[in-house]
Design a protein around this ligand. Structure first.
Ligand code: SF4
Length: 325
């Protein structure tokens, strides 16, 4: 059976259910790279360009971890899906960075998706992949329909409060994760890119840390695409980059709610877009009275430093709440 490798990084947190189901239905075996570990991060740091952002370095590590177990790596070149914003240039260059940056990589399925070029660009991309694997049109369409149903189920679980890895566990591993509900406790929004927030190693498990402090946590991934789309931010122009624009709009949504007690923006060292996104978030929501903290993580982020800052922030929010009530 043909083995397709999907590194557990970057788009994994957004499209894994769709991709896995699609390849499963086409009769291939999907291999993933599991959780980020120190070794995997070190490998990525060694092979990636020094000025790459942390998530891209991690992606290198994940790719290396499965490269000798698979026949193909699936690293699509996703440029634009909504005709309005594009993915960060690092995403666009991923297949080339991996192909030319790491020796001995297996062939890469790097189909290009750009919804601005043609209406059916997404469909066409899946069709190309299916044909490349020698499947008939009927097989491809059936696989894609099943994959979309699975992705829809994933989205529903996210909107119900689960985080992406928990939802993936429920769908593919028969788990019954439920979002913790600490009744009457504080609720924080952790905003940023999904591959930073939900990678436990990069984020230093910030969501688990907050949950252990009995804080309820929501992230942009818990919002429906429509909720994000209808938010308006103060800037007359959209940001160019899809995940950045999504972060800005989601933060705007959380900042306007009265059931959110604190907002934490988690960004990665070396991220070009985030150097302005964090500032935009602050300018966009300057009239909001919800406490806000930005936290930048890098490959050297230590448990203790992050925990101390989180505890200080939680204490400050609790004091504020006591003063109000
Ligand atoms: S948006 Fe930032 S963190 Fe994400 S891939 Fe681009 S540079 Fe890296």
């Amino acid at each position: 059976m043909l083995r397709i490798g999907i590194p557990s990084a970057l788009f994994y947190y957004v499209y894994y259910p769709l991709w896995k189901t699609y390849f499963d239905e086409l009769g291939t075996q999907v291999i993933t790279s599991g959780k980020t570990t120190r070794k995997l991060m070190d490998n990525g740091v060694r092979e990636a360009l020094a000025d790459a952002c942390v998530p891209v370095k991690v992606f290198f590590g994940h790719t290396m971890a499965i490269s000798d177990q698979v026949d193909y790596l699936f690293i699509p070149r996703i440029v634009c899906l909504n005709k309005k914003t594009v993915y960060c240039p690092k995403f666009l260059g991923l297949p080339d960075m991996i192909r030319h940056g790491i020796p001995g990589m297996p062939p890469i399925i790097d189909v290009r998706v750009d919804a601005r070029e043609r209406k059916d660009s997404i469909l066409s991309a899946y069709y190309q992949v299916g044909k490349m694997l020698g499947k008939t049109s009927a097989q491809i369409i059936k696989a894609l329909l099943k994959a979309q149903i699975k992705q829809f189920k994933f989205q529903r679980l996210l909107c119900g409060g689960l985080q992406p890895l928990e939802a993936i566990d429920n769908i593919f591993n028969g788990k019954h994760n439920k979002p913790p509900d600490n009744q009457g406790q504080l609720k924080f929004a952790v905003v940023g890119y999904p591959y930073i927030i939900h990678d436990q190693y990069i984020s230093v498990a910030i969501i688990n840390k907050l949950r252990r402090m009995r804080i309820n946590v929501v992230t942009p991934d818990n919002l429906s695409p429509l909720t994000v789309r209808i938010q308006r931010h103060a800037s007359p122009k959209r940001l160019f980059w899809t995940f950045s624009e999504r972060t800005l709009r989601a933060t705007r949504y959380f900042a306007g709610r009265n059931d959110i007690d604190g907002i934490i923006h988690l960004s990665a060292f070396g991220c070009g877009p985030d150097s302005i996104v964090d500032r935009f978030i602050q300018l966009d929501n300057y009239s909001s009275t919800i406490p806000f903290m930005s936290l930048t993580v890098d490959e050297h982020s230590g448990e203790a430093g992050v925990s101390t800052r989180l505890e200080a922030f939680v204490d400050m929010v609790k004091r504020k709440r006591r003063d109000i009530t």
